[in-house]
Every structure is written in C-alpha cells, then in structure tokens.
Design a protein around this ligand. Structure first.
Ligand code: UD1
Ligand code: MG
Length: 456
C-alpha cells in the first residue's frame, strides 16, 4: 500500500471499571502509558498523521503524553466510536487510507497492522477480526452466502442467530479515507445504544460496492483491551512473557522467565545470566557474561562485560564498567560511572561520582559528588560530607589512596595520591600525597579509674 496513511487512535472512553481518577489510557503497562504503546507501534508504520481522539479526563491525556507530532482532537460528549472518528475527519487526507486503533488495546503489533494495511486501498476496506469461543459483548462479523463480509452488528443489536457468530470485530480497521468521510457524514444513532457506531460504515461500504477484507492478528493477545485493573495485570503478564521469550531465544539465561519484568528496552550480550525478580527499566544494556543476582532493579544503566551484580542492588542512570563486583545491597545513583574492576559492596551508596579502575568501596559507605582515582581503597563507614545545607561540593581521592574506616571527608577536599587516612578521621583540609594524615584525639588510658557502682 503506497497511499498516504493517517492513523486515528480512539482514546476518549470513560474507563469506569478502572475505578481510578486517572484516564484509562494513561494507566501504565510495562512502565509506559497504554496510549504510548499504541503510539509507538503507530509510528513504526510511518503514517503521515497520527490523530488521537481524547475526551474523558480532560486535558490530562494530551498534557501527559506531550508529543508535538500528534494532532489532538477532543470528543465531548462521547457519542460512540463513529462520532469519535467524525471528530478526526477534518484532519484526514482524502487521498489516503485511515487506520483506526484503540488507545486501550496496547499490545497490537506492527506486523499484524502491516498485513491489514496491505488489503486496504482507495476502494477496499480491511477489518481485523478474530474468532472467539465466547464472543459475547463484541460486534459480530456478518458474512453473506459467499462468505464475503456484509456488515458488523453490535452485540446489543444482534439477533439470536447473529449471537451465534464467533467471528468478532476487534475494532481495528483500515478504510479508504475519501469514502470514510462520506460514510461518517451519513451515520445515525438509530440503534439500541443510541450511539454513532463506526462499525456501521462496513455495511455502507458493501452497499457502495467497496470490497471489505478481513485479516487476523498473529497472536490473539494483540487485540485484548484493558477495561479493569485485572485485565491490565493480565496484559502486563502477557507482555512480560513475550519479553522473556525473546530474551531466552537470544540466549539470555533467565532463572525463571515468570519472574522478570522489563519496563523498557533490555539489550543483552552473550552468556548473560539473570536471577529471579529483577526489574529493568528504561534503557538497560548488559555486556557479555554479565550476571545479575536476584531482586536487582536497574534503570537506564549500562553494564560492561564480566561484571557481577549481587542480589538486592539498585542501580539508576549509571555506567558500570567491565569486570566490576557490585552488591549485595548496593545503591548506585544517577550520574555514577564506575570504570573497570571496581568493587562496590554491601550498604554502599554512590551518587554522581566517578570511580576509576580497580578501586574498592566495600562496606557501609556514602560516596557522593566524588572523583575517585585508580586502586583506591575506601574503608568501611566512610562518608563524603558533600552538602553544606546549601551547596554540593566535590571530593577528590587520587590514585592509590587508602581511606581508613569511619572517615568523614568534608568537601570540598582532595586526598592526595597514595595518601593514607587514619581510621576515624574527620578530614577538612586537603591531605598531602604519600603521607599518613589523621585527625583524632590521641588515645589515653586512665590508671585507677573505677566504674560507678549502684548505692544499696
Ligand atoms: C467496539 C466495537 C465493537 C468491537 C469492540 C471491540 C463499535 C460500535 N463497536 O465496541 O464492534 O467488537 O469495540 O472491543 O465500534 N471510544 C471513544 N469515544 C466514544 C466511544 C468509544 O473514543 O464515544 C473509544 C473507547 O475509549 C475505546 C474504543 O473507542 O478505546 C472502543 O469503545 P468501546 O466503548 O469499548 O466499544 P465497544 O462498545 O466495546
Ligand atoms: Mg470495549
């Protein structure tokens, strides 16, 4: 199909059964609003225009999606799917084809839509249909004696005989736009629901001698809609199942494909192993031989080859180099870059810091706004005091420095190359290279001192 394509996404409906203040199409699946999934798929079809019909929830939907490439059309009140497309009609290019999608059917796939669009032209319409064992509630595909599509009849308007039809309208259809404009203008709401049905255009197409083809989605889950939290949770699991299968096919070893959540894009090298209950958000890249322990959360992170991340680690907006050892219970915050063979141990928080090759921060420390050189050893309980209540200051620890346990580094401060800081020090001034610096009261012992005793 080489005709210009416009895509109309219907997203004005109420979503009463979500029992939520949030408009239905903004509820999240795999971390993204339902509508965003549909938009992402729509965009891959290279349409001339994407028009979203919104209504319920007011301006919240266009505000949250905030995409200048979308034409937003408000439908107020909502008088049916035909009425919804009528609102979009002025935006549609009469020389092309219009594809109708639903904002609450998030899993529709590009390949299915491409097949559907191949059947549509300036004198042919195409419907996406499925056969359901229980078709109750859906519009039925009525075929004539030759098996050609004659009309769509809504469940509530259907006869008993029509109720037996199992082929249903998914709602996704592709229509010749010039004809569509004419059909839309002729819709009536003379039906049980007193709505303007988009589905009535199919009968009109047949009457006008326009052929109507049907095609089926590759997977039945593609056309499932979200009407309730239960359905949303169901679709989330279907989506996650698909992600997990894709990763397994690529050779990623998942301890349990049912206990993995990918809310974004996870790219893996060879021989990656992921233990149970891990969540990957945004863009995450794992290099060859990376191992992720149980219960880790990674958001917008790249991890280079051979690195191990032990259980219960949270890493956000960070770059982790090759051959590092992270966790368990590590928290790595935005703006952190770890070079090669860095060790970050348990109960260590790193924020907006660069840690160079071979350095170790293994226990109970906070390192923020810091530049840590190569082969630095940061002892247990070390804290960078980076915040004076108003400003953040940097701490610089040069190559080879050794920071004794329970040290406070009051920034801005620099620890020189190969310097040693005695345990328990509060460092407020730059420390010279290669020397031992310590700031603590000298240890004394008091001879003859007695513990107080309780009076009888
Ligand atoms: C519709 C179809 C039905 C199909 C079913 C598939 C019609 C008349 N019926 O029925 O054949 O089997 O979907 O799920 O088209 N919407 C608006 N504005 C409106 C009404 C609806 O934007 O005024 C949007 C909804 O937000 C939703 C979609 O259109 O995304 C479908 O609306 P819905 O009320 O679910 O249609 P159904 O009656 O289920
Ligand atoms: Mg519906």
């Amino acid at each position: 199909m080489s005709l210009p394509l416009d895509i109309v996404i219907l997203a004005a409906g109420k979503g009463t059964r979500m029992v939520s203040e949030l408009p239905k199409v903004l509820h999240r699946l795999a971390g993204l609003p339902l509508l965003q999934h549909v938009l992402n798929t729509a965009r891959r079809l290279n349409p001339a225009k994407i028009i979203v019909v919104y209504g319920h929830g007011g301006e919240t939907v266009p505000q949250r999606i905030d995409d200048p490439a979308i034409a937003w059309v408000k439908q107020e009140p909502q008088l049916g799917t035909g009425h919804a497309v009528q609102q979009a009609a002025p935006h549609l290019d009469a020389g092309g084809v219009t594809l109708v999608l639903y904002g609450d059917v998030p899993l529709i796939q590009q390949a299915t839509l491409e097949t559907l669009l191949q059947a549509a032209s300036d004198d042919a319409a195409a419907l996406l249909t499925v056969d359901l064992p229980d078709p109750a509630g859906y519009g039925r595909i009525v075929r004539d004696a030759n098996g050609d599509i004659a009309a769509i009849v809504e469940h509530k308007d259907a006869s008993t005989a029509q109720h037996a039809i199992r082929e249903i309208n998914t709602g996704v259809m592709a229509l010749p736009t010039a004809r569509l404009k004419d059909w839309l203008a002729r819709l009536s709401n003379d039906n049980v629901q007193r709505e303007y049905y988009l589905t009535d255009v199919i009968g009109m197409a047949v009457a006008d001698g326009v052929r109507v083809y049907a095609s089926q989605p590759r997977h039945r889950w593609e056309v499932l809609g979200v009407n309730s939290p239960a359905q949303l949770a169901h679709l989330e699991r279907l989506y996650q199942h698909e992600q997990a299968q894709r990763l397994l096919e690529q050779g990623v070893r998942l301890a349990d494909p049912k206990r993995l959540d990918v809310r974004g894009e996870l790219t893996c090298g060879r021989d990656v192993e992921i233990d149970i209950n891990c969540i990957f958000e945004g863009k995450v890249t794992l290099g060859d031989n990376v191992r992720i322990g149980a219960n880790c959360v990674l958001r917008d992170v790249s991890v280079a080859a051979d690195t191990r991340i032990a259980p219960f680690s949270l890493i956000e907006e960070a770059q982790v180099g090759a051959d590092c050892r992270i966790g368990p219970f590590a928290r790595i915050r935005p703006g952190t870059q770890l070079a090669q063979a860095v060790h970050i141990g348990n109960f260590v928080e790193i924020k907006n810091s660069q840690v160079d090759d071979g350095s170790k921060i293994n226990h109970l420390s906070y390192v923020g706004d810091s530049t840590v050189g190569k082969k630095v050893n940061v002892g247990a309980g070390t804290i960078t005091c980076n915040y004076d209540g108003v400003h953040k200051h940097r701490t610089v620890i040069e190559d080879g420095a050794f920071i004794g346990s329970d040290t406070q580094l009051v920034a801005p401060v620099t620890v020189g190359r190969d310097a040693t800081i005695g345990a328990g020090s509060t460092i407020t001034k730059d420390t010279p290279a290669e020397q031992l610096t310590l700031s603590r009261a000298k240890q004394i012992s008091i001879n003859g001192w007695k513990r107080p005793v309780k009076k009888q």
